[in-house]
Design a protein around this ligand. Structure first.
Ligand code: CMC
Length: 391
């Protein structure tokens, strides 16, 4: 309905664009729940694929539903050989996030016959294909950057083990998956699986609201995640920590530069639109950082710098007044680095984590009779009507 009144709300700080039954957040209390379950319980007791089911279908799966789901996904991990060759056309210097979004778009070209947004069976098979193939595409983006041969998925392994092998295995030697690594990665992926109407999920919904297919919508979501204010923050944190270490700049001096907003420098991995007391995911990740580095026998001075930065910021009025706390991206990079992932893969790991949430939101939007095409208003600030000049 046209009301004649348009509220201006930069960044949608006050405007709900939808109803949703998937994820609950209380930003003041630091509460995050997936379908009603506290993130702490989910992270301690579940697996990435079980949580994916929970988010997408609304309830926890029975053991047989879960094993059938895992088996279906396992059967769809192979990429079409032509898609494997798609990677040949890209430079090895390409950022893996660009490769990921392009490859997901390209993936849809292999399934032209099953891209309906109306047919539940086609939506179901697209869901399975995306969950199965995104990690393989991600691993190939990694291998491509290393100039190493792609491996085929190994269906004797679990979802996360398979992903690790595709990234770190080689043709030359057998690869033994370290259970510490696979458990830790599974937990990190779970912590990223959904976060209600963040920028990338809102993008998936907006694109999906035009009745664009699931692959097109997810590819758009990956691009939205790429930016350093969103998923790209995990990469930006590691760059920031590395620069502090390499320049020898003190943590105090760096914090001063952030407070003076020198050249727009920010404390990356700090602050959140919704969490104003703490990010519950960040607490769990910080705990993991200590555990994983110890279990892997890795000592990383970047973890010490991160802890010093956190301590200095939490004691500083600038951050206290603005209610800025570490977010999920602050410590994840240190863990991914200890696992052996290059910095440019960090946001790709976020994308794999977030995929089930994006799919759940797309499907919720697609079946909600109240859904309308997304079409924000604007307040026009340009020139008034004027006559075309006589020339
Ligand atoms: N370092 C320094 N100052 C900051 C930071 C930061 N990380 N974050 C916010 N501020 C300041 C900001 O400059 C502003 O100051 P002032 O009132 O003087 O203008 C005030 O705090 C409020 O910030 P805002 O930008 O209006 O807050 P927002 O809700 O629009 O932005 C944010 C949220 C996450 C984009 C922002 O905090 C930020 O840029 N953080 C760094 C990037 C980051 O870590 N992103 C990951 C977010 S969590 C996971 C994800 O979504 O991917």
């Amino acid at each position: 309905k046209q009301t004649g009144y348009t509220a201006l709300d930069y960044g949608f700080v006050n405007t709900a664009a939808t109803r949703s039954a998937i994820t609950y957040i209380d930003g003041d209390q630091g509460v995050l729940r997936y379908r009603g379950y506290a993130i702490e319980d989910v992270a301690a007791n579940s697996t990435y694929l079980e949580v994916a089911w929970l988010l997408i279908y609304g309830e926890l799966p029975t053991p047989s539903e879960l094993s059938e789901f895992e088996e279906r996904i396992r059967r769809h991990t192979l990429l079409h050989e032509d898609l494997r060759r798609f990677f040949d056309a890209l430079p090895h210097t390409a950022h893996p996030m660009s490769v990921l979004s392009s490859a997901v778009s390209a993936l849809s070209t292999f399934y032209e016959g099953s891209l309906s947004v109306r047919d539940p069976e086609q939506i179901e098979i697209s869901t399975i294909r995306l969950l199965a193939k995104l990690p393989v595409i991600a691993a190939y983006a990694h291998k491509k950057s290393l100039g190493q041969a792609f491996l085929y998925p190994d269906n004797s392994l679990s979802f996360v083990e398979n992903f690790l092998k595709l990234n770190f295995g080689t043709m030359a030697e057998p690869y033994e998956v370290d259970p510490v690594l696979s458990k830790a990665l599974d937990r990190l992926l779970i912590l990223h699986e959904d976060h209600e109407q963040n920028a990338s999920t809102s993008t998936v919904r907006l694109v999906g609201s035009t009745e664009a297919n699931l692959f097109a919508s997810i590819s758009a979501g990956i691009n939205a995640l790429y930016g350093p204010l969103h998923g790209g923050a995990n990469e930006a944190v590691l760059k920031m920590l590395g620069e502090i270490r390499d320049s020898g700049e003190s943590v105090e001096r760096f914090i001063e530069r952030v407070k003076n907003k020198e050249q727009g420098v920010k404390l990356m991995g700090f602050g959140h639109r919704v969490y104003k007391n703490f990010d519950p995911r960040a607490r769990l990740v910080k705990q993991s950082a200590d555990e994983v580095l110890e279990a892997l026998g890795v000592q990383d001075p970047l973890l010490d710098i991160a802890k010093q930065l956190e301590e200095a910021a939490l004691a500083d009025d600038y951050f206290v007044e603005r209610r800025l706390y570490p977010n999920v991206d602050f410590y994840t990079g240190v863990i991914y680095k200890a696992m052996g992932f290059p910095t440019r893969m960090f946001t790709v790991l976020f994308a794999i984590g977030r995929l089930p949430g994006w799919i759940a939101h797309w499907r919720e939007m697609n079946t909600d009779p109240a859904t309308k095409i997304g079409r924000p208003q604007q307040l026009y600030t340009g020139a008034p009507a004027r006559d075309w000049p006589q020339r």
